[in-house]
Design a protein around this ligand. Structure first.
Ligand code: GLY
Length: 393
């Protein structure tokens, strides 16, 4: 932690001395940090360029897929992902109590499918990696998969069951967080784009919105894919870029849903909601902030979904949309204090794991501000890692 953040936080251990915090971004990250801080007695102003909760928080599928999305070489990120996965049930219960609304955490688990021998061989590699990481997963044969999900194709080469990879309705989470943050006393400013963090004598002093200055003791940058667009000079712009994802949803009969588990199939994933929506995602495109729904993108999603779940063919399309994942240079989040500007804290760059990483981010960033402690689990993810790597090269 930077000196000034440390000394500020240690001198603000009583409720009356809590810092005034400006948060840039009212997606799930900004709202959850604002909720936690306001509940602890901080004055909190959350600034959102548009309407709260309508960025990646709205676009996401809400998969809590620490095991299914495990990647080689991402051992450190896996520890963070698993810790946040562990926190989700208590976080959801606390949020539901604070907001008075359900967020639909579903615990049926996730099944990753192989549809042919090639997929099967790839999936065996994933299984070996997951087992080497000690993750709770098991191999299922085709008959067992169909016993659990009878509407899936009969052309199955096997599957991996990830029973701890749950899902939550991210749109409900965003709505609940807004209620909880406002109820705790946070002030939400919508249509309020932060152009710049004012820095003087090496310390963040204010945010500038439409030319107007809003002073604060600390600034949290939680603007997702838009984080790089906030001027934090003299600090370098954050290495965060938008990674476009197209998605769609179809309507199942909520009384007789054709799917209950989250399904990963080659080229797509399928996430069934309690209200009958079936979310189909997602493309991965390096197209900046391009918002086009393309014929190719939608065709690919529907083709892959239909191969895994042929009965999807009859279902009406409800919605098609585009979202932007905040991707960092190493695909891991950027969490904790700036190494260059005192009083500036980052909570961004969550890439494919924003909803999964919500509880650990909210807890660790609010603890950093309230108690001056950087939790061990976020220590590897500070922005300083990029400068250290550049210096070592
Ligand atoms: N985590 C799913 C996605 O980014 O598409």
């Amino acid at each position: 932690m930077s000196e000034s953040l440390s000394s500020h936080v240690s001198s603000s251990s009583t409720k009356s001395a809590r810092p005034h915090v400006a948060i840039v971004g009212a997606g799930v990250m900004g709202l959850s940090i604002g909720w936690r801080l306001a509940a602890a007695g901080c004055a909190v102003d959350i600034f959102e360029q548009g309407t709260s909760g309508l960025g990646a928080s709205h676009a996401a599928a809400g998969m809590l897929a620490a095991c299914a999305e495990a990647e080689p070489g991402e051992d450190g990120l896996l520890v963070l992902n698993r810790e946040s996965q562990r926190l989700w049930p208590s976080f959801a219960a606390e949020l539901e109590a604070a907001s008075g609304m359900a967020v639909d955490l579903r615990t049926e688990g996730t099944i990753v499918l192989a549809l042919n021998a090639d997929d099967g061989a790839r999936l065996r590699h994933l299984l070996a990696l997951q087992q080497a990481f000690g993750l709770p997963v098991e191999w299922l044969n085709g008959a067992e998969v169909r016993r659990r999900e009878p509407h899936l194709t009969s052309k199955l080469a096997g599957a991996v069951s990830c029973p701890e990879d749950h899902q939550v309705d991210n749109r409900k989470v965003a709505a609940a967080l807004k209620i909880a943050a406002l109820a705790a006393g946070a002030r939400l400013h919508e249509d309020a784009p932060v152009e710049r963090v004012e820095v003087s004598d090496g310390r963040a002093r204010a945010v500038i919105v439409k030319g107007e200055r809003h002073g604060a003791d600390l600034v949290v940058l939680a603007a997702g894919a838009w984080s790089r667009g906030v001027d934090i000079t003299p600090a370098a712009p954050l290495p965060v870029r938008p990674i476009k994802g197209q998605m769609l949803s179809v309507a199942m009969d909520p009384a007789a849903p054709i799917l209950n588990h989250v399904i990963w199939a080659p080229g797509t994933y399928l996430v069934p909601r309690r209200d009958g929506r079936l979310i189909v995602g997602a493309t991965v495109e390096e197209r900046g902030f391009n918002t086009d729904l393309t014929a190719g993108g939608q065709l690919a999603l529907l083709t892959h979904a239909w191969r895994a779940l042929p009965t999807i063919e009859e279902l009406p399309i409800l919605e098609q949309w585009v979202g932007f994942r905040p991707g960092s240079r190493d695909d891991a989040p950027i969490l904790g204090p700036s190494a260059e500007v005192d009083g500036l804290i980052f909570a961004t760059g969550h890439h494919r794991n924003g909803i999964l990483l919500l509880p650990v981010t909210a807890d660790a960033i609010s603890r950093l501000i309230l108690e001056g402690e950087t939790a061990d689990v976020i220590a590897p993810f500070t922005a300083g890692r990029f400068a250290r790597r550049a210096a070592a090269e």
